[in-house]
Design a protein around this ligand. Structure first.
Ligand code: HAX
Length: 426
C-alpha cells in the first residue's frame, strides 16, 4: 500500500522525463491549425491544450485514464480522484489510506460558515459555494510555501496538500450551503465511518431509508468529475492556476464558470423545463404535447436545456448512467418519466430544426429529475453537486500542472483588421 503522495512521488519523475524529451525531440511539430471561424468561435476543435487525466471522445464520451466512464459507475468518487491523479485505480488498502487522508483534513473552520450565513438570503448557491472556497484560501499551504521560497520542482507537494484539504472540506461546505441557504436547520456533522460521497449525502439531511439517495450522490460525483481540459470550468481553473494562484483561487474561479447556463447551470434549467412541461399538461405529457412544447421553446429562440454538446456527437454515456439509475429506482416518477420521453422526442426535433450539431442529451438532461425524486427540490442547488464533483478533476489537473512546471497561459490575440488583411478580406 502506498499513500497518494508516495504514489505521486514514484510516478512524477518518469512523467517529467517523458514530457521533457517529447518537447525536446518534437517540440516544433504542428498539431493543429486555427481558422478565422475558430478564432471567433470559442476555439472549438483547436488542439492547444493537454489533458492526461481524461479525454472526451465525440462518439464514446468521457474516457478517464483510458477507461470509459460507463465502466466506472460502481466506483467511489475518491477512487476516481486517485485514478485521475495517478492513472491507476486504488486497491482496498490504498483507498482506505486516501479516505483517512481526507477524513483527517475534513474539519471546516467556522469562519467559512459565518461568511455563508452573512450572505444575502437570495444569493445563488453557486455564489455561496465559490465564496466558501475562496475564504478557505487563507488555509493554502501552496501560498505559504511559495512565500517561503520553495523550489519549482516542489510545487506539486503543497498542490497535493491543498487538493486533499479542499476536497476533504468541500462536502461539508457544500452541505452547509444547502442547509443555510434553504433554512434547513443546524449543520449536520460528518460520520467518520462513511465514505466521501456518503458523508456529503448525510450532511445534506435528506431522509434516505433505502440508501439510494446516497448512491445517487456518489454516482453524481463520479459522473461529473472531469471532462478533459477545454471546458469553461476546467480551462478557467487551469488559466488561473497557471499564474500560480493557489488551488482555492483556481477552483473558485473555475466553478464561477460552471455557474453559467450553457455549462453547469444547465441541470437546473433542465429541471425547470421538465417541471414547466408537467405543469402545462397536468403531469406526464403525451408525445404530441411534448413535441409542441419543444417546438414552442425553439421558436421562441431558446435552447432545449440538456441537449447538445460542444464535443460529443452521440448520447452522453453519463446521461445513460443516470437514466439507468432512474429506471431502477423510480421508473414511475412523473418527472423521471418526462425526462425519459424527452429522450425519444427531442433528438428528431433538433435534427429537423437543423442547428445543433449534436441533437442528443448531455449529462445535465436527467440528473435533476433524480434529485427531485428524493425530495431535493431546490433546483438552484443542483449545480453545486456538479461543482463538488468537478473539483476532483480540477485538483488532479492542478497537481499534474504543478508537477510538470506548466507555465503561465498566454495565447496570442489578433485584431479584426489583422485578420482581414491576413486572409485578404475586403
Ligand atoms: N437547443 C437549441 N439549439 C441548440 C441546442 C439546443 N439544445 N444546442 C445547440 N443549439 C444551437 C446553438 O445555439 C447554435 O445556434 P446559433 O448558430 O444560432 O448560435 C447552433 O445550434 C450550433 O451550436 P453547436 O455548435 O451545436 O453547439 P455549441 O458547441 O455552440 O454549444 C452547448 C454547445 C452545450 C452550449 C449547446 O448545445 C447548448 O446551448 N445546449 C443547451 C444547454 C446545455 O445543455 N448545456 C450543458 C452542456 C453540458 C455541459 O457543459 N454541462 O456543464
Amino acid at each position: 500500500m502506498a499513500t497518494l503522495k508516495e504514489k505521486l512521488t514514484e510516478i512524477i519523475p518518469g512523467l517529467r522525463n517523458d514530457v521533457k524529451s517529447l518537447i525536446k525531440e518534437h517540440g516544433n511539430k504542428q498539431i493543429s491549425e486555427v481558422s478565422v471561424a475558430q478564432a471567433y468561435g470559442g476555439m472549438r476543435g483547436v488542439k492547444g491544450l493537454v489533458s492526461d487525466t481524461s479525454l472526451v471522445d465525440p462518439e464514446k464520451g468521457l474516457i478517464i485514464r483510458d477507461i470509459p466512464v460507463s465502466e466506472l459507475t460502481e466506483k467511489l468518487p475518491e477512487e476516481i480522484f486517485y485514478l485521475l491523479s495517478t492513472a491507476e485505480l486504488p486497491d482496498a488498502d490504498t483507498l482506505k489510506s486516501l479516505q483517512n487522508d481526507l477524513a483527517e483534513r475534513s474539519e471546516v473552520p467556522s469562519y467559512v460558515f459565518d461568511v455563508l450565513r452573512a450572505m444575502p438570503k437570495d444569493s445563488h448557491p453557486m455564489a455561496m459555494l465559490d465564496t466558501g472556497i475562496l475564504v478557505l484560501e487563507r488555509e493554502s499551504v501552496f501560498r505559504k510555501r511559495y512565500d517561503e521560497g520553495m523550489k519549482r520542482d516542489e510545487y506539486w507537494v503543497p498542490a497535493l496538500e491543498d487538493s486533499l484539504q479542499l476536497l476533504a472540506k468541500l462536502p461539508a461546505v457544500a452541505a452547509g450551503v444547502y442547509r443555510i441557504r434553504f433554512d434547513k436547520g443546524d449543520l449536520i456533522d460528518s460520520d467518520p465511518n462513511l465514505d466521501w460521497g456518503g458523508n456529503y449525502a448525510r450532511m445534506l439531511g435528506i431522509e434516505d431509508p433505502s440508501g439510494e439517495f446516497a448512491n445517487l450522490i456518489k454516482l453524481y460525483l463520479v459522473l461529473h468529475c472531469d471532462h478533459e481540459s477545454g471546458n469553461v470550468s476546467a480551462h478557467t481553473c487551469h488559466v488561473v492556476g497557471s499564474a500560480l494562484s493557489d488551488l482555492y483561487y483556481a477552483v473558485s474561479a473555475g466553478l464561477n464558470g460552471l455557474a453559467g447556463p450553457l455549462h453547469g447551470l444547465a441541470n437546473q434549467e433542465c429541471l425547470k423545463f421538465v417541471l414547466a412541461v408537467n405543469e402545462k399538461y397536468g403531469g406526464v405529457p403525451t408525445t404530441e404535447q411534448l413535441k409542441e412544447f419543444t417546438w414552442d421553446t425553439l421558436n421562441s429562440g431558446k435552447v432545449i436545456p440538456g441537449y447538445g454538446h460542444a464535443v460529443l456527437r452521440k448520447t452522453d454515456p453519463r446521461f445513460i448512467a443516470f437514466n439507468d439509475f432512474g429506471k431502477r429506482v423510480c421508473p414511475d416518477d412523473d418527472v423521471f418519466k418526462t425526462v425519459d420521453i424527452m429522450y425519444e422526442v427531442v433528438p428528431p426535433i433538433l435534427i429537423e430544426h437543423g442547428k445543433a450539431k449534436n441533437p442528443y442529451p448531455n449529462v445535465d438532461a436527467g440528473s435533476g429529475a433524480l434529485l427531485y425524486h428524493f425530495g431535493l427540490t431546490e433546483f438552484q442547488y443542483y449545480t453545486v453537486f456538479f461543482g463538488v464533483s468537478r473539483a476532483l478533476g480540477m485538483c488532479a489537473h492542478n497537481i499534474y500542472n504543478r508537477s510538470l512546471g506548466i507555465p503561465i497561459t498566454r495565447p496570442k490575440s489578433v485584431g479584426t483588421k489583422w485578420l482581414k488583411k491576413t486572409v485578404g478580406a475586403a
